[in-house]
Design a binder for this molecule. Structure first.
Ligand code: URA
Length: 190
């Protein structure tokens, strides 16, 4: 079995564990499906968003709405494709009405996110927005640390603004694009 197939099998087991657990039962009951993540289980870079929205809930994939289109554009600008990277969220069921994930929901999903990262073993973890950053890099302020690579417990992170927040905010959008362009340099140094 290839390394990639091995990793995919381990990720499938984590997904099955979530589905057979009673985790966030209220969220699960209100959502169409679990949005686990994809594409490349052997990726060097993992992107972690907040939670699925309406489009993601319908399609079963992360970042497939407007924010996802923007993410695709930024990936293309650094010569990357979705097939090269792995994209997931801290919370894996759509919160009702697209509200922010609750602290207890982030806490409940964190062990599963950590298990995913343990399997993928990326060189770089890019957090998108404060929810995934808070879960993995507690105590930081996104306004101060965005675009600055950070090594924490042996892992390299790059905290970025969330593409949905930056989509219609000119300054934040320009900053996110500039920060995003650092990914290849950060990877080259890691
Ligand atoms: N926003 C997120 O944080 N995640 C998604 O999957 C889509 C939008």
């Amino acid at each position: 079995m290839t390394k990639r197939a091995n990793k995919q099998e381990s990720l499938d087991k984590i997904k099955a564990d979530i589905l057979s657990s009673n985790i966030c039962a209220d969220l699960a009951a209100g959502a169409k499906q679990l949005i686990f993540g994809g594409d490349n289980p052997d990726a060097e870079v993992v992107f972690i968003g907040e939670a699925p929205g309406k489009n993601e809930d319908e399609k079963g994939l992360p970042f497939v709405g407007a924010a996802g289109k923007f993410l695709d554009e930024m990936l293309e600008a650094v010569d990357m494709k979705r097939a090269d990277v792995y994209i997931t969220n801290i919370v894996k069921y759509r919160p009702p009405g697209n509200r922010d994930p609750l602290p207890e929901e982030k806490i409940a999903f964190l062990p599963y996110l950590k298990a995913q990262l343990e399997v993928i073993k990326p060189k770089l973890i890019v957090t998108l927005g404060r929810h995934s950053m808070d879960a993995l890099l507690p105590g930081l302020k996104i306004s101060e640390c965005h675009g600055k690579p950070k090594r924490y417990q042996g892992q390299v992170y790059l905290p970025l603004f969330h593409p949905a927040a930056a989509l219609y905010n000119g300054n934040m959008r320009a900053t996110l694009i500039e920060d995003f362009r650092r990914i290849p340099q950060v990877l080259a140094k890691t």
